[in-house]
Design a protein around this ligand. Structure first.
Ligand code: NAP
Ligand code: COA
Length: 276
């Protein structure tokens, strides 16, 4: 088990840590005694998240406004966290953007926006973070998505980007293993009360259908994903690297087809030329 003691005094940096699943991960590590740094774009969200993280943990939390598409901003946030809290033991890359759009309705810039945030942004976080990581010993966790494994309509941008994120995981596990750095991906399933689910299953009916399609019979909670991140960063996982780990109640075994139907129904309401 990963105990409170084990993560005490670690430095944890979470890119995209100001809301949702990533904030849940930051809170999970803070509760376990870690010092935390986060980045996202919106200063108000950052300030609120830093207050929440300080409240549950040791009080050591810092936050920075940066766009993951800008490598200099990302590096500055990582450097400032290193200077405030010391070498980074756990680096989480989870900033992402998503909206449903059929390929023919998606502009090249819309495709690029998501690929730039999810894939290039993850590269910027990992590449920029390398020099500040504890070597040996650091654990990197990329937040992927079911779209990385299973194709989903109206998600061509996210499918391409998140499949790329899992390849960052695998390649860096090979390149950085010799430094004693482990690199893994977590694939969250449908997680309750998150922006991602609000965008993909925006009605109560769609959310109910998605919930019914989860083999374990419920939506995930942000705490489920946080628990997996703590486990993957613990001594119990010290021989696990390059793994892509679903934390999804079995959903990626096929339930995400229901999400595709929900997305299509939502798009068809706005544009009758799209058949649901
Ligand atoms: P969320 O609350 O919107 O989290 C996204 C975070 O990334 C926010 O902190 C956001 O803050 C930040 N962000 C977005 N664009 C950014 C940029 N360009 N630069 C820096 N920060 C940026 O969404 P969520 O649903 O919890 O999703 C979190 C992660 O889980 C994502 O990687 C998503 O793909 C993955 N995931 C979610 C689900 C789900 O059920 N929700 C399922 C599978 C995978 P700012 O707006 O302040 O920038
Ligand atoms: N359907 C089709 N295209 C869309 C769209 C939608 N719903 N929303 C945005 N786009 C397109 C825009 O039209 C634009 O393309 P254009 O210049 O050809 O018109 C392109 O995407 C970029 O939009 P912009 O608003 O400038 O991007 P941004 O960088 O400010 O924001 C987003 C990025 C679009 C991903 C935004 O939704 C975001 O910031 N999301 C973060 C939160 C989130 O998605 N959370 C869930 C995580 S899973």
């Amino acid at each position: 088990m990963s105990t409170k003691r084990e993560h005490e005094d670690k430095t944890v940096f979470v890119a995209g840590g100001s809301s949702g699943i990533n904030l849940g991960i930051a809170l999970g590590f803070a509760r376990a005694g870690a010092r935390v740094g986060i980045l996202s774009r919106n200063q108000e969200k950052i300030d609120a998240a830093v207050r929440a993280i300080k409240n549950v943990g040791s009080g050591a939390a810092v936050g920075f406004s940066a766009d993951v598409r800008n490598p200099e901003e990302v590096k500055a946030a990582l450097r400032s966290t290193y200077e405030a809290h010391g070498a980074i033991d756990v680096l989480v890359s989870g900033a992402a953007g998503n909206f449903p759009a059929m390929a023919q309705d998606l502009s090249p810039n819309g495709f690029k926006a998501v690929v730039d945030i999810d894939l290039l942004g993850s590269f910027n976080v990992l590449h920029g973070g390398f020099e500040f990581l504890r070597k040996p010993g650091a654990s990197i966790i990329n937040i992927s998505a079911p779209q990385a494994i299973n194709p989903m309509v109206a998600q061509i941008h996210v499918c391409a980007a998140k499949a790329g994120v899992d390849m960052l995981t695998r390649v860096l596990a090979m390149e950085w293993g010799p430094y004693g750095i482990r690199v893994n991906s977590i694939i969250p399933g449908p997680i309750d009360a998150t922006e991602g689910m609000r965008r993909l299953a925006p009605t109560p009916e769609a959310l109910a259908a998605v919930t019914d399609s989860v083999p374990l019979g419920r939506l995930g909670q942000v705490e489920d994903v946080a628990a997996a991140a703590l486990m993957l960063s613990s001594r119990q996982a010290e021989f696990i690297t390059g793994a892509v780990v679903p934390v999804d109640g079995g959903w990626s075994l096929g339930g995400d087809r229901v999400a595709a139907a929900a997305i299509l129904a939502g798009l068809a309401r706005a544009n009758p030329s799209i058949r649901d």
